[in-house]
Write a protein that binds this ligand. Structure first.
Ligand code: ADP
Ligand code: ASP
Ligand code: MG
Length: 452
């Protein structure tokens, strides 16, 4: 790939392709920047949730309601096209597949079936977007990303094979960029046997970053429904303000700890290949956005707050732990056998407290507690499980080197019950658990005190 000509990839999330007007606004953004030669799309807003519900296997009556909602969202776009006939037939074929797969899911669901089913959201939105561009006389080509996005077979949260992606991108995708604008799907991939996989909820951001890296682009543009990355979720704190420039490390911590604006893995390829990421609003592109890059001027001590809901805390208690060796190794091997990824951990002499990373998979139960795992752990120690907690993360710089951070943070949180605290492992974050019902008030209180 020549590095002298500028090449960009643009990704549009669900609300940016929600309906005919949103798709046209997104098309305007693409056409305004000649460097954008490839576009990655999510499913139209609401569709993936409906498909996930269908994949869980619902009774016929409910199934028909969901299918009708999906058809309604996609038909509302088709009905505004000037030549709708051919695309209507294509979408109808997709909808027939969705109906057939939903019936199968009602009889017996599987993670592979779920991924096959939910992939139709992105397949349909990309077909519709190509049609919108063509009707605007733009030469656009629909590209099935599964031809190049090879993953393992961990359905629901599949991991991409970057070497294969890079080789297949060179042979199958890159030559096409000179011919026409390429429109492709986020979120989906395929495993060795050719079965469809997904990269986890919100995974289209990750797709864009992976393709951006494979194509050696000079910027990855993420268009969403907010004009940038804010000091915290503006839905939780309306007075949150935009961060104009943020480093990869800070933004990656935010994404990992729950800032939904970027999928947690998005920044891995960007950091690896030092590609700046722009985040802006497709509703208001002139409002500007946030640039995520290698370095920023004067990184502040406190940068942002992130919130991750539905956290489970497991406390393990064993007197055998006192001066013992290998206890934690045993605990971790049980968790690994059950495919559980541990998120946070603190220990005392005879207790270990840990949280599980349960975010993002489309597969029911993936990464969650199972009774088999709890039985195995109980043979080793006493196990307590606490649910409905939320994780609040304060993201910043040199946090563990600064004095008085603990007082500044926890001083204002006196009215709240704070559970496990993690501080010191990373200089970029301090995080703690609070009861789920207090989470928003905790974030609002901290934001007011540290950022306003
Ligand atoms: P898309 O469908 O475009 O991928 P998402 O819903 O996944 O959009 O992400 C955008 C949402 O992320 C925003 O509407 C906002 O509520 C939420 N969000 C959470 N934390 C932040 C943050 N720090 N800055 C901006 N948005 C955030
Ligand atoms: N459509 C998928 C989801 O809703 C992927 C994405 O939007 O990024 O999770
Ligand atoms: Mg998203």
């Amino acid at each position: 790939m020549s590095t002298t000509t500028s090449l960009r990839i643009a990704k549009f999330g669900g609300t940016s392709v929600a309906d005919f007007d949103a798709m046209n606004r997104s098309a305007d953004i693409v056409l305004a920047d000649p460097a954008v030669r490839i576009v990655v799309l999510s499913a139209s807003a609401g569709i993936t949730n409906l498909l996930v519900a269908l994949a869980e296997g619902v009774a016929q009556e409910q199934r028909d309601v969901h299918l009708e909602k999906i058809r309604h969202i996609q038909y509302a776009i088709i009905d505004r096209l000037s030549h709708p006939q051919v695309i209507r037939e294509e979408i109808d074929r997709m909808l027939e597949n969705v109906a057939r797969l939903s019936e199968a899911a009602a009889l017996a669901t599987s993670n592979a079936l779920t991924d096959e089913l939910v992939s139709h959201g992105e397949l349909m939105s990309t077909l519709l977007f190509v049609e919108i561009l063509r009707q605007r006389q733009v030469s656009a080509e629909w590209f099935d990303v599964r031809k190049i996005m090879r993953t393992n077979d961990r359905f629901g949260r599949a991991e991409p094979d970057c070497d294969t992606l890079s080789a297949l991108t060179r042979s199958q995708l890159q030559p096409r960029l000179a011919e026409s604008l390429i429109i492709t799907q986020g979120f989906i991939g395929s495993e060795a046997k050719g079965r469809t996989t997904t990269l986890g909820r919100g995974g289209s951001d990750y797709t864009a970053a992976l393709l951006g890296e494979a194509l050696n682009v000079d910027r990855i543009d993420i268009w969403t429904d907010v004009p940038g990355i804010y000091t915290t979720d503006p839905r939780v704190v309306p007075t949150a303000h935009r961060i104009d420039q943020i480093t990869f490390e800070e933004a990656a911590e935010m994404a990992t700890f729950g800032a939904k604006v970027l999928h947690p893995a998005t920044l891995l390829p960007a950091v690896r290949s030092d590609i700046p990421v722009f985040v802006g609003s497709s509703k208001d592109p002139s409002a500007g956005g946030t640039l995520v890059c290698n370095k920023t001027e004067n990184p502040p001590l406190f940068r942002a707050l992130a919130l991750r809901r539905k956290q489970t805390l497991i406390t393990l208690h064993s007197l055998n732990m006192l001066h013992a060796r290998g206890f934690l190794a045993e605990v971790f091997s049980i968790l690994a056998r059950h495919n559980i990824s541990v998120d946070l951990i603190t220990t005392s002499e005879v207790n270990v407290a840990l949280t599980l990373d349960t975010t993002g998979s489309t597969s029911a139960g993936d990464g969650l507690l199972s009774s088999a795992m709890l039985t195995e752990l109980s043979s080793l120690c006493r196990v307590e499980v606490e649910e409905n907690l939320s994780l609040v993360a304060l993201i910043g710089n040199q946090l563990s080197q600064a004095c008085g951070v603990g007082k500044e943070v926890f001083g204002v949180l006196e009215p709240f019950n704070i559970r496990l605290i993690c501080y010191g492992a990373s200089s970029h974050n301090l995080c703690f658990l609070v009861p789920g019902n207090d989470a928003e008030r905790v974030v609002q209180t901290l934001h007011h005190s540290l950022f306003e």
